[in-house]
Design a protein around this ligand. Structure first.
Ligand code: GLV
Ligand code: MN
Length: 195
């Protein structure tokens, strides 16, 4: 989904301010092997949170070597019952592979058709660009997933946080109308996200 590169690589110089659509390249005399390897996905994420989930990104902001290569990866850890909540990536298709555990993976199309399957170790999934999707651990133990993107910075819009945890908040009457519920329901959800 990202533009094609015009050179072998362009390790992002994250210290320079982005010129608008991406980063300038590190000067080639400063590029080393370290720029093309990344150990940020080695460690299990902390799933002690409301969702029982942790997404560790391996995008250009942490792994500058992927800049201009049009790819990146995430690590997703799920506690038993944990949910990577419904979200979309505005700039990328996603593929993924379950490494460990039993995971319900689902997405919904623009026509509101729901597709899903329960996957276990070694099984893959895809999520078309921009569609709402989630992963839920439906097994007894932990679950581990690695996901891959055709963008160095896929972006993520997490629906519950976007709608009920924004700053400033989305007006309550927008949410009560949108979801056809009373204001106390909206306030109850907002309070779960720190409002
Ligand atoms: C999973 O959906 C992820 O975005 O890593
Ligand atoms: Mn995703």
């Amino acid at each position: 989904a990202d533009p094609d590169s015009l050179q072998d690589f362009c390790v992002a110089d994250l210290k320079s301010s982005s010129s608008g659509n991406g980063f300038p390249c590190k000067s080639s005399s400063e590029v080393t092997s370290d720029d093309f390897f990344f150990d940020g996905l080695v460690k299990e994420g902390n799933t002690t949170n409301a969702f029982g989930a942790s997404v560790t990104p391996g995008n250009v902001l942490g792994f500058p070597g992927v800049h201009t290569l049009g790819i990146s990866m995430n690590r997703v850890d799920l506690a038993p019952g944990g949910l990577n909540p419904p979200h979309v990536h505005p700039r990328s298709t996603e593929s993924g592979i379950v490494i460990e555990g039993k995971v319900l993976v689902g997405f919904v199309t623009t026509g509101n058709v729901y597709y899903s399957r329960v996957l276990s170790g070694g099984e893959m999934f895809v999520v078309p660009k921009g569609l709402v999707h989630f992963q839920m651990n439906v097994g007894e133990g932990k679950a581990l997933i690695f996901t891959a993107f055709n963008s160095e910075l896929p972006g993520v819009v997490v629906l519950p946080l976007t709608l009920f945890g924004s700053k400033p908040s989305v007006p309550a009457d927008v949410l009560t109308k949108a979801f056809q519920v009373d204001e106390d329901v909206v306030n109850g959800i907002k309070s779960k996200f720190g409002f």
